[in-house]
Design a protein around this ligand. Sequence first.
Ligand code: UDP
Length: 236
Amino acid sequence: MNKTKKLYEGKAKIVYETENKNFLVVEYKDDATAFNGEKKGKIKGKGVINNKVTNHLMQILEKENISTHFVEEISERETVVKNVKIIPLEVIIRNISAGSFSKRYGVKEGIVFDNPTIEFSYKDDNLGDPLINEYHALALNVASKDEIDKIKSIAFKINDILKSYFKKLDVDLVDFKLEFGKTLEGEIILADEISPDTCRFWDSKTHKKLDKDRFRQDLGDVEGAYFEMMNRIIKN
Ligand code: UDP
């Protein structure tokens, strides 16, 4: 599959059209941003790691009957994916308190929830991806009621699969962000990425953070943490 034209360049990825309208090529960059683009940097090798990690996890989910946009990895940084219309919602699942949850509700990090939570942000950089509820999403015509219900049930199923998968790697899946897309046939499938950029991973024993919080919070050893996660993932 050959790239024909650059379609879109985001903060961490570039998306290209191909000769076939059903497929796109995604290229993962080393660029890192945080706090809605206010903090910028590079994490050496991140693009290669996130490409590999995302594809590995998408294939695990496919085996568990979750439909994803993954088609084929074509180079260290590039993957062919199905062409979907991204639903402008960031779907966030949390198992343990951290990040904006702790800040918003004034609670410490590390509280293990009895049940996972779900929340939606409206994907709009100019607005800073504001938190919205399902009624707002319906009012904004972002998705239908059925589509939102479907997204919620797939997201919780993904959480069950990934939580137990990471447990075996001695990693606690703290929280993560998913994005869904609609195929040309109207099917809702998992899109975007699942990587240390979009998940919080804590080592189960040492509680060391193995994700983008090392970059956000200047904790050091950012590359090492991404590399450690990749190594644990590709072996399993
Ligand atoms: N997240 C993401 N992209 C975003 C916002 C959040 O991938 O634009 C991920 C983030 O890495 C974390 C989870 O979603 O794993 C929950 O993030 P949170 O709401 O705590 O926001 P943050 O603290 O990252 O601002």
